[in-house]
Design a protein around this ligand. Sequence first.
Ligand code: UD1
Ligand code: CA
Length: 476
Amino acid sequence: MPASITSCKTLPVDVVIMAAGKGTRMKSRLPKVLHRLAGRPLLAHVLKASAQLGARGATLVVGHGAGEVEAFCKADSRNHPPLQFVHQEPQLGTGHAVQQAAPLLPDDGITLILNGDVPLVEPATLKHLVEQCGGKQIALLTVDTGEDAGAYGRIIRAEPGREDSPVHAIVEAKDATLAQRAITEWYSGVMAAPTKLLKQYLSLLRDDNAQKEFYLTDVVKHAVADGTPVVAWAIEDEMEVAGVNSPIQLAELERGVQRRAAERLMEAGVRLLDPARFDLRGTLECGQDVEIDVGCIFEGAVTLGAGVKIGAHCVIANARIEEGAVIHPFTHIDGGRDGVTVGAGALVGPYARLRPGAELGPEVHIGNFVEVKNSKLAAGAKANHLAYLGDATVGERVNYGAGSITANYDGAHKHRTVIEADVHVGSNCVLVAPVTLGAGATIGGGSTITKNVPSGALSVARGRQMNLENWQRPKK
Ligand code: UD1
Ligand code: CA
């Protein structure tokens, strides 16, 4: 990669993203570009790369599933450059797709053409390609692994295999001669071209080929005939330009992305017990000496403080887990919009569930089958077994017994439960909100508490036990 990837500031870049195709081989109702890779639609990856490149604008060519694609883009608009849509109906090929976008492209810039189903292209690569174009020539992104190029378009150079040799044409596999098919350098689908010239060459396209389509790739031969140089830059990382056409390819690419993410984390010192069993569908920030066991999924924005340990098979979304906390196996944490915080040194799980607005202070213990939602637990509070805390404020050192729940919902409204410091809630209690348990109060097991409990009191609210001695059971 050249050092000066920022020096392409000379000319504005307008991106065209082709996303009108049907994606037949996905065999799905969902438009192909909305299928997810690392938790985000394929198209979102392409739009993000366009934004990182600093594109002036992007034009999306839509056709199949246009309504859904546009709806997604509108909801996601803070992550991409100013976007406009053009409809391509019917779809007569990649050249025809770019023809639809052409009237919207300002003449003074460089057009960068991307495929909506090629998600992993790096902004630095795109910048370099734009630089090579420089507003004077057409620059193609190509791949040469030395192996058979399959169904891809072949790069025809004056001297095959020499990167400095000018490109004469791209020939689609279906139109290639045997000799051309043997060429191993193929076109990735990514091209940068001076917009004014590109429009001129687009207007010359014909569909006199094997597929009766207007090929974008034919602009190359028109450029050459017009004396405009065409250069090709062959990269080695095939994954960067891999397209998604089928569920198998999507899954392969997913593994590739995940391997990269895992390697980045491990290079930063994170210990993943098995990088092949790790999934990141968002961002993960880790302090020093973090350990993550197998089968964990991280979604949204997750932060793990120094020394945090995550047990096997946890799903953790939108959460901040502070220094030294331990999340035991099979725990589900989803902060949603409100987020979840787990304080320093806290212990959570196995089989715990933390929902939006759960805020655990330092050294809090949340055990198996305990659910916490929109509740703040102060330092040292414990709910170790089979319990529910919803819309609650829990003081320091509270002990919340097995099977106890806050009845926070009366069918219409949610109410708060306040449990002050050092309260001991016995097992199997129902705390009917709104209710306050004063500091140091004790609640007898099996109580249904509907009234406030004063500080320091013992409250028992259940039927008294009655023993009938020598009881004779009925007999048949
Ligand atoms: C294209 C290139 C080929 C290259 C390959 C790389 C052409 C003629 N060929 O072939 O040289 O090696 O990409 O992946 O360009 N699309 C539209 N409207 C259309 C047709 C396609 O929007 O009418 C979109 C598709 O949704 C897709 C992209 O353009 O996102 C590429 O189309 P596709 O049919 O996959 O092109 P390939 O045949 O793979
Ligand atoms: Ca394709």
